[in-house]
Design a protein around this ligand. Sequence first.
Ligand SMILES: *[C@@H]1O[C@H](CO)[C@@H](O)[C@H](O)[C@H]1NC(C)=O
Ligand SMILES: *[C@@H]1O[C@H](CO)[C@@H](O)[C@H](O)[C@H]1NC(C)=O
Ligand SMILES: *[C@@H]1O[C@H](CO)[C@@H](O)[C@H](O)[C@H]1NC(C)=O
Ligand SMILES: *[C@@H]1O[C@H](CO)[C@@H](O)[C@H](O)[C@H]1NC(C)=O
Ligand SMILES: *[C@@H]1O[C@H](CO)[C@@H](O)[C@H](O)[C@H]1NC(C)=O
Length: 452
Amino acid sequence: MSIFFAMGTPKPYRARISLSIITIIICGLAVVALLYTERISSLSSSSIFSFKTCSRRHAAKKSVKHNRNLRTGALDYAADDRFVFDPEECSLVNGKWVFNETIKPSYSDRSCPYLEMQVSCVKNGRLDLSYQHWEWQPDDCILPRFDPKKALQKLQGKRMMFVGDSLQRGQWESFVCLVESVIPEGQKSMKQGGEHHVFKAKEYNATIEFYWAPFLVESNTDLHIIADPKKRILKVDSVAKHAKHWMGVDILVFNTYVWWTSGLKIKSLWGSFPNGEEGYQELDAPVSFTIGLKTWANWVDSNIDPNKTRVFFTTMSPTHQRSADWGNEKGIKCFNETKPVTKRGHWGTGSDKGMMSTVASVVSRMKVPVTVLNITQLSEYRIDAHSSIYTESGGRLLTDEEKEDPLHYADCIHWCLPGVPDTWNRILYAHLSYEKEPTNINQRKEKEKLRD
Ligand SMILES: *[C@@H]1O[C@H](CO)[C@@H](O)[C@H](O)[C@H]1NC(C)=O
Ligand SMILES: *[C@@H]1O[C@H](CO)[C@@H](O)[C@H](O)[C@H]1NC(C)=O
Ligand SMILES: *[C@@H]1O[C@H](CO)[C@@H](O)[C@H](O)[C@H]1NC(C)=O
Ligand SMILES: *[C@@H]1O[C@H](CO)[C@@H](O)[C@H](O)[C@H]1NC(C)=O
Ligand SMILES: *[C@@H]1O[C@H](CO)[C@@H](O)[C@H](O)[C@H]1NC(C)=O
């Protein structure tokens, strides 16, 4: 496969871009290297490098502090004027990562048996462990700590399913690892196969599942990944084949992003054609993405009973393929980064603001309420927390030789576990814990009355 296959068609852009050919080759190679890290259902991150100009950086707006005293809960909030997490009052987007050596992850890639090689950084030789000791501190409120027993109680008698790509699989693995250590042997099981993986907590009669659908809509590269993005065809108006597996689930957590960013036009198919797959039309990625996302939204609106099922959507997980984005001109992607970016509102070329606003507008028009887990900004800062060279390639660990060659082999898409996806789950947990308390619903009604 030529690197330009993976890159897409750079020709029309050539006149415009000011990047050197070397950068292009570097990025192309990076993409190829990542393609080979694929296993059965892994992310085939064909993209990743966007030629579009950087999104404008804008400083995060600091929200007004609320001097109210809501439910102080079990934690000690003395000398802190932030209030306990309330989804309607607290933006989790604005905040900072705080280093705290005493914070230890509740699991490791040795203690949790369900982590795949792709994310098992310590097991794979990573020695600098400071990335495990940063905590996300929202400006306006206190995020509750993830309490595995309480999380399992929330899931009692329920099915929770993460649906999406390998980033979503990482979030699922993180959630399973966060709870599994409090479940005794014999009371838990894991069934992995094909598109659908099921972790079961027997005494809670709860399942935490993952369903692989990297575009959410159907494509010819779902289970059997086609490495060459030019050969991928998406059925942007069809979701039923996947969605039949989502029926009856109590908590659904979706994502989709990175697979749409190949830099190519997307071969999109809808309706039915006598000549089958030949009837596709090539659409710009944002257009295809919008149609695909609307297909998903229509399915949710027509099939989900919001009284029975909660729906979440995890926003795009940023990629860190271009160290110049954070001012490290001599860097090689995210390789050898050991500290988060501190510049407020930092936003790199790996996160597409246009696609973000598509998510915002589609979700806002849905009948079924969807809670957005807006993890993009907080994850943007974490250039230090990717798998980098402590990962795998084609089902085996990188060799020492490959590790010396981060340009080709460093994975700056996926995240080490334990790591950043634990914070995504802490946010998910905060939402789950919050919504279920009936008093809060009354309080919310009160608040609405006051507002009107
Ligand atoms: C670090 O975390 C510990 C344990 O949660 C907490 O008691 C302590 O206050 C934190 N320190 C800082 C500087 O935030
Ligand atoms: C276990 O949970 C499922 C839903 O996930 C439910 O249908 C079933 O009735 C539950 N069984 C028990 C014994 O609670
Ligand atoms: C959800 O429950 C409310 C109140 O019980 C009811 O009015 C509403 O029709 C229900 N919605 C659906 C989609 O069943
Ligand atoms: C990684 O960064 C450190 C400084 O932070 C530097 O001393 C070291 O040479 C770098 N390693 C490589 C392989 O570039
Ligand atoms: C997520 O947060 C960003 C700010 O970081 C905002 O621009 C965007 O609209 C939010 N996305 C959604 C889907 O709400």
